[in-house]
Design a protein around this ligand. Structure first.
Ligand code: 5GP
Ligand code: ZN
Length: 113
């Protein structure tokens, strides 16, 4: 686990070793904008503790992930949004640190981005 943490880009983002556009931080949780957003406001919410899959993270470090994703969804003003969470390469997980995607749908009056 320690060696994976050392090379983990999301652990580096939490520590400020890689820059990110931070949206939220608490003692257990960190949220930032996705570098390749699928829509404006596409955010990632992660536990600060390293773990590859949801099943690797203790419940008390998962508890804030959805409430923070919900706050960020509300903050975008999007009326519709997707919450997505991939576990394992075969399930399209590219970064091996648990993360919840919050992907707002553009409101119809704002057009496509
Ligand atoms: P996954 O496919 O693992 O669920 O999604 C990983 C997400 O992390 C992708 O949407 C990708 O754009 C994002 N990502 C990868 N590297 C970085 C990075 O260095 N900074 C930020 N902000 N997002 C990243
Ligand atoms: Zn990590």
């Amino acid at each position: 686990m320690a060696s994976k943490m050392a090379s983990c880009i999301f652990c580096k983002i939490v520590k400020g070793e890689i820059p990110s556009f931070k949206l939220f931080e608490s003692d257990k949780t960190f949220a930032f904008l996705d570098i390749q957003p699928l829509s404006r406001g596409h955010a990632l919410v992660i536990p600060k503790v390293h773990g590859e899959k949801l099943t690797d993270i203790p419940d008390d470090h998962l508890a804030e992930l959805l409430p923070v994703a919900k706050k960020l969804a509300l903050a975008t003003g999007a009326q519709e949004f997707n919450i997505l969470q991939n576990n394992g390469k075969g399930a399209h997980q590219e970064v091996g640190h648990v993360h919840v995607h919050m992907i707002p749908k553009p409101n119809p009056e704002e057009g496509l981005i």
